[in-house]
Design a protein. Structure first.
Length: 245
């Protein structure tokens, strides 16, 4: 009996540690977003110097709402409050859908704004269009798959983390403004699922296959960077930007 009790305590302890890991990942992602967007958005916003249109503020509020909800959800799950986690999850489905919808909208708004402001040429704006669109092309399938598999916790939580890693690329891309080379930023980006994989190996003895799917999507997402400046892409995106300006 004593041995069984010890095993039960050990099991609960191990479960708690595993749950806290996802809290840590959520906090790291939140900090990454804040650091990445500090020079272009959060810093000017706190100084009262931002001149961003209302649509960007709405996008920012929804985006940060998602990040804070992710932290809250991982904390609630770590505390074993699964009923509350599921109730918040119903709200999260709507919020995540808004993240996706606003992300698609901003994909077109942002390059047009920068062209009109004179900070990007037509071709630069047309090339940039692929960057946020690519974020949504990666986030969308991962998020909606997480919703579909929300009753399978082991798959669901990994899909949610991967979906948020996907949109963290936006922050990584902007870290160049604070002197972080893109190559270093991309290394940081890929380090996130690598940490998750290492944790799986340590605690489960095997890697959950969904991580390979996520990493494959991330590799494709990186390949869009050189492709965005090719005439093959510009011939498609240039008329779009011209129609919107």
């Amino acid at each position: 009996m004593a041995e069984l009790a010890t095993q039960a305590v050990s099991s609960r302890s191990g479960t708690g540690v595993r749950r806290r890991f996802y809290v840590g990942m959520a906090v790291v992602l939140l900090l990454m977003i804040v650091v990445g967007f500090w020079p272009s958005y959060f810093g000017p916003l706190l100084r009262g110097a931002t001149q961003a249109p209302w649509v960007l503020h709405v996008h920012g509020a929804i985006f940060m709402g998602w990040m804070f909800l992710l932290v809250a959800q991982t904390v609630v799950a770590a505390q074993g409050k699964i009923s509350l986690h599921r109730k918040l999850g119903n709200f999260g489905i709507g919020l995540g859908s808004l993240v996706f919808a606003m992300g698609l909208l901003i994909s077109f708004v942002a390059p047009v704004m920068t062209y009109n402001a004179g900070t990007r040429t037509l071709d630069e704006a047309a090339a940039f269009l692929l960057i946020p669109l690519g974020d949504m092309a990666l986030f969308g399938p991962l998020f909606f798959a997480a919703v579909a598999y929300r009753r399978k916790s082991e798959l669901h939580k990994r899909l949610m983390i991967l979906a948020t890693i996907a949109i963290a690329f936006a922050a990584i891309f902007r870290m160049q403004a604070i002197g972080v080379p893109l190559g270093v930023g991309l290394t940081m980006w890929f380090a996130l699922p690598a940490i998750c994989i290492a944790y799986d190996l340590k605690n489960r003895g095997r890697i959950h296959p969904v991580y390979w799917i996520g990493i494959a999507g991330m590799i494709v997402a990186v390949l869009r960077l050189p492709f965005s400046s090719t005439e093959a892409w510009l011939s498609v995106s240039r008329p779009i930007i011209e129609a919107l300006i």
